[in-house]
Structure formats: C-alpha cells, structure tokens
Design a protein around this ligand. Structure first.
Ligand code: SME
Length: 348
C-alpha cells in the first residue's frame, strides 16, 4: 500500500486554509486539494508491503513520544513547478524549526525500523492546489492564522478513484500545553481595536506603490513612509541594505538620524541578516549587542529581505514602547516583505 506520514493541524488553521482555497478558486484554475485532506507531509514512504505497516506505526509512536503540540502560524503562499502546472502551497512562519525537528525524528525512526522514504529536503507546507495555472497574474493574500500541529498520522493513500482517498492507519496525539501557555505564546496576536494593522491590505498597497517604478530607492522610500503612517507607536522604520562588501548600509527610512553601517551578524539587524531569520525583540536592552541609534528605543522587529535566494537587506522597525511588536506583527511584516521581494527583481 501507498503510505505517508503527515502532521495534522488544529481546526482554526484548517478553516483558514479552506478560506484561502476558496479565495483562490475565484482566480486560479487547477486541481484543488479537498479541505478535509489538508496536511503537512513529514515523510512520503510510497509503496510499502502490508507486512511492514506495523513497523511504520511503531516508528511513529517512538518518534512522537513526549513531543508537544507545535504552535504555528501560516505564512504567505508559495509555489513550485511550471507557471501553468504549478503546485501551490501555504507555508508557515512560526513553527518551521519545530516542524523540521519533528520531520527529522520521524524520518530517523523510520530508518531505524528499516523503512525507506522519499528523502527530499523538508520544507513544511500544506499543498492547496496541483496543476495550478499561475500565468494569470497575482495571487490573493492568504488568510493568516495561528494554531497548533496536534497529531502525527500514518496515512494510506488510494489513488484509484477520481480523487485521492486518505485513510488514517495510526494517529499519535502530541502533548498539549496548558491553555495559559498557549495564550502566552500568542499574546497580542489577535486583532485588537482600531490599532490592529491590516497586513494583507498594507502588502497590497505596497505592491501598488511599486507599479511602474524602475529603481529601488523610490519604492523603498515610499514603503518606509507607508509603514510609518500605518503602524501606530513606531519611532523608526527603514531599510538596511547589503553594501556589497559583506555589511549593511543605511537605506531609505523614516525617523531620527540612524547609524549608517552595520556589520553582518552585529546588532539586531546584522543578526537577522546573518541568521536569515526575523528577530522579534520585546526589550532591546536584553538583546546582546543591540545597536542603540536612539537611546529611547525599547523594542524592535527586523525582517530579512531576499533577492535571488540571498539576503539583500532587512526591514527594521523600532518603538519607544516595551514589547510593542507581537508575533502577529512579525508575521504581518514578513508578508509585507514578501510583497517587496516580488517587486525587487524588476528594479535596478
Ligand atoms: N537597533 C538596530 C540598529 C538600527 S536602528 O534601530 C535604526 C540594531 O541593533 O541592529
């Protein structure tokens, strides 16, 4: 039988993915994955003799023993393959490393049990469409949501009908943290009052600002102005760009005079660039090596920007309030940066 191991998502995530899938249906043709089949594949085993199914179930139990449910947040859409027959998926922003760890453990236990699988590099995602025709232009912004990866399941898949049929052969529930811990993890995530920023809208506005432009400076200058106008309680917004000599240099910004050069790996900006990872810093005084351009700055968020697969700069935001930026802001700003990354290849 044909087998795969997948992580399964909590209700709110499945609902958000279904909403995104429904949005896509309005503009993209192709084969849609049925919402009741959404999952994150951890290992694809392919054809396995029935006599080995028990070993696979045991490997799963072993890999997941003592593992906690993983808090995740959904990220923008991604695709691979040819433009007219692409596979379209939604990735994760929070939880990527934990999911990679889980996939690694599952794969290791499968190897120990003498089972083989397709050992492709693991990039956690939920496939929404196959054979998608992406030649029609822009994709809609997906619904962002937070939730948990709750269980890991061994599925058999039957491809003989008109759509794949998955059957759960063994489901292992991950340990749930207490509600308090979950609430703490996501404090500030929910939209709250009129201060809540509509990040999908901000991203769309940024795309519009970039239309017809030929060079980076005007786009980044207006991007910093737009973000500054849109986010409350922010004291500095701007860009540090790769200087071609292994460091970062000051780009367009809004706010007080700032330091002009930052070494790769130094400060919050250099750390984000070096690690290629968003830095959410609730208290800058507690961040080793923080570079204080403005002594009144108390919290900061920095998102790396990519071009041609490399970090080409960062978006940096500061606030004079402690813990001003939340997980929701970090994910939203990653979405904003994705919009910028789409514009960059067309700009000198
Ligand atoms: N605080 C940053 C330096 C840039 S300013 O905040 C504008 C850092 O530690 O990298």
């Amino acid at each position: 039988m044909r087998l795969f191991v997948a992580a399964e998502l909590s209700e709110e995530l499945l609902e958000a993915l279904a909403q995104t899938s429904a949005l896509l249906r309005e503009s993209v043709h192709g084969h849609y994955v049925a919402p009741d089949s959404f999952h994150v594949t951890l290992a694809f085993l392919g054809e396995v003799p029935e006599s080995q199914v028990d070993a696979a179930c045991e490997a799963l139990e072993q890999a997941c023993a003592g593992v906690s449910a993983i808090p995740v947040t959904l990220a923008p859409l991604g695709s691979f393959g040819r433009a007219k027959r692409a596979t379209l998926w939604q990735g994760f922003s929070r939880g990527v490393d934990e999911l990679a760890g889980l996939a690694g453990d599952v794969r290791e236990c499968l190897v120990e049990a003498g089972l083989s699988f397709d050992a492709t590099l693991f990039v956690p995602h939920v496939t929404l469409m196959r054979a998608a025709d992406l030649s029609g232009g822009e994709l809609p912004m997906p619904v962002m949501e937070k939730g948990l990866v709750r269980s890991v399941t061994l599925f058999s898949s039957d491809l003989s009908g008109d759509r794949p049929r998955y059957e759960a052969l063994q489901r292992v529930w991950l340990e749930e943290e207490s509600d308090d811990e979950y609430e703490e993890t996501y404090a500030g995530w929910e939209l709250s009052g009129e201060d809540a920023v509509d990040y999908p809208l901000l991203s769309a506005q940024l795309r519009a600002l970039g239309e017809g432009e030929r060079t980076r400076i005007p786009v980044l200058a207006n991007a910093s102005a737009l973000i500054n106008e849109t986010l409350p309680d922010v004291s500095w917004v701007g860009f540090y760009l790769a200087d071609g000599e292994g460091g970062l240099e000051l780009g367009p910004f809004q706010g007080k005079v700032a330091c002009t050069h930052i070494a790769w790996g130094k400060g919050v900006c250099g750390t984000a660039a070096e690690q290629d990872k968003t830095q959410l810093v609730p208290d800058v005084h507690a961040f080793p090596g923080h570079i204080a351009c403005d002594s009144a700055s108390r919290s900061e968020v920095v998102v790396p920007i990519h071009q041609d697969g490399e970090v080409c700069g960062v978006l940096d935001l500061d606030s004079t309030s402690l813990a001003r930026f939340t997980e929701r802001d970090a994910t939203g700003l990653e979405m904003v940066v994705s919009a910028l990354e789409e514009l960059l290849p067309g700009l000198r």
